[in-house]
Structures are given as structure tokens and as C-alpha cells.
Unconditional design. Sequence first.
Length: 128
Amino acid sequence: MSNYKDANSVLLKEEVVKGMQEIKAKNIVCIDLRKIPGAVSDFFVVCHGESSTQVDSIANSVYKTVLADTGEKPWHQEGKQNAEWILLDYVDVVAHVFYKESREFYNIEGLWADAEIEVIADEEEIKG
């Protein structure tokens, strides 16, 4: 893996997190898949919202933030219709924005438990 590609995916991951934080996404987790054989992406960034409206707003914020700061658009998007699990696939980084109950059901973190997981503190935790 080239250092350029690695730096790009790290930057993209950080921009996805920034977009999530703009709308106060809950329990943001970055799953580093770079050392996992056969992984489909470098990073999964997972979060949840408290309502379908917030889930949709978080996904829109990720889209706008990444586009404004990197010029990247997602290669593929899914889930905008019901806003229970919206996926924004940037190839090297995949953003998963869940409604809380759907996140618990699908347990993405559990599926990739052998990967390195970085937990991003919620704003309330940082200020408190």
C-alpha cells in the first residue's frame, strides 16, 4: 500500500468524522481495516442518530463536508429512503450512519472485532 493512498484514506476518514460531528452524531467509531486480509475498504466510520431525521442530517453533513474539503463524492449510497442505515461508500472509507436500534441489531463493530477500533469522544464528553 502506498503512503499516498494511506494518507488519502486517513484524511477522508477524518473528514467523514468531521461531518458526523457537525450534527452531533452519537458514538462515532473508526474501524481500521487496513491490516485485515480481504477487507473491502481501509476504514469503516460508524455512528448513530437518535431519530430518522438526525440520521438523514448526519449523512447529508458527511456528504457536504467531504465534498467541500476534498472534492470527493461517494461512489455509492444506500438507505436514504428509510434513514435507518445510510451508507456512503467512498471506496477507501465507508461511512455507516445508523438509527440507534438498527446499529445495535447489525453490530458492525462486532463483525470486525479483530480490527483496530478508535472511539471518537462525543462533544458532551469532551466538554464535561
